[in-house]
Design a protein around this ligand. Structure first.
Ligand code: SAM
Length: 313
């Protein structure tokens, strides 16, 4: 006999004609800040998830894949990362990954939305794991671009964990050539920039390929990479930009050695072998990256359309 299907679903629209749905046990929080609509829901398969302006951000059970992929290659490649800036990252999981590193003595996080961090503190404890009150954390609220413009600090790593560049969203000014040039000025000589770079679905490659091309217009070395995130049902895109470091020049053994020397927690996704997989992209992606010619500029910034409305109940 056929079992009853769950009755409550939440919809993740990839486009107006493609939707991924998760069965939910309930909505934990639903409200609006001055910046965006915020939802925390409890799914059947992946635990709690954060949704901002109908865009799914991360899920409790597999956020370690996304956050280790975003943070760890940059941190491990750097010879000694001490000062790190995190732009966005409201859940606190990016900060958590940075603070796993014993070498770090200052982690400055700036998110535009204090309410997202308040919600994360209250409803997403496994994401931040108490890291907002770590003594190395300097947490501020405001626009990440302004933070970089006004900062007189230099960073060994800048990690961009901001929402996708949606039309009318708060983040589209942080994906342009002019912004990346500002970041480059704030990096130490071996400094690394790591960004989340949207989907790598073969039907929606524009953002990923344009961001890689845009970083190439600013940095001598740019390395797009990707990790499969089960809750997104997608290979998710990331990109590293450096002055001199190259992820192909660090052996799996050296990565594993640095992890055991520097990281004070057990990583679940990233190690020397995973590193090789991350940077060896499939052929269709390498081809699309090579063919892209567009550089994203302030005067005509890339803006994705809002794909649809999430059904909260
Ligand atoms: N995993 C995510 C994704 O898939 O897009 C990103 C996660 S994180 C929750 C995104 C954070 O970026 C949010 O907390 C949001 O408030 C923040 N954000 C968006 N625009 C920003 C800006 N201009 N400056 C600083 N933070 C920003």
């Amino acid at each position: 006999m056929k079992k009853d299907l769950p009755s409550r679903w939440i919809y993740d629209y990839f486009s107006p004609s493609e939707v991924h749905k998760h069965a939910i046990k309930g909505t934990i929080y639903h409200g609006n800040s001055d910046i965006q609509e915020i939802v925390v829901a409890e799914t059947h398969n992946f635990g709690r998830c954060l949704i901002l302006d109908n865009e799914f951000q991360s899920f409790e059970l597999d956020e370690f894949i996304y956050h280790e992929a975003l943070v760890q290659p940059a941190m491990i490649m750097h010879p000694e990362p001490e000062k790190v800036a995190i732009i966005g990252g409201g859940e606190g999981a990016t900060l958590r990954e940075v603070l796993h590193h014993k070498t770090v003595n200052k982690a400055m996080m700036v998110d535009i939305d204090e309410k997202v961090v308040e919600c994360a503190e209250k409803y997403l404890p496994t994401f931040h794991n108490g890291c907002f009150s770590d003594k190395r954390t300097v947490l501020t609220f405001g626009d990440g671009r302004k933070f970089i413009e006004d900062s007189d600090e230099e960073f060994d790593a800048v990690i961009m964990d901001i929402t996708c560049p949606l039309e009318e969203g708060p983040a589209y000014k942080l994906f342009t050539k002019e912004f990346y040039a500002l970041v480059k000025q704030k990096l130490t000589p071996h400094g690394v920039l790591s960004i989340q770079a949207s989907t790598t679905s073969p039907v929606a490659l524009q953002t990923y390929t344009v961001l890689s091309k845009t970083l190439q217009a600013v940095f001598p070395n740019v390395f797009p990479y990707a990790a499969y995130v089960p809750s997104f049902a997608l290979l998710w895109g990331f990109c590293l930009a450096t002055n001199d470091l190259d992820p192909a020049q660090i052996s799996p053994e050296k990565i594993d050695r640095r992890i055991s020397e520097r990281v004070n927690s057990e990583l679940r996704f990233y190690d020397g072998i995973t590193h090789q997989a991350l940077f060896n992209l499939p052929k269709y992606l390498r081809k699309a990256l090579k063919e892209q010619t567009h550089v994203n500029l302030d005067k005509n910034p890339l803006m994705e359309q809002y794909p649809g409305l999430a059904d909260k109940d």
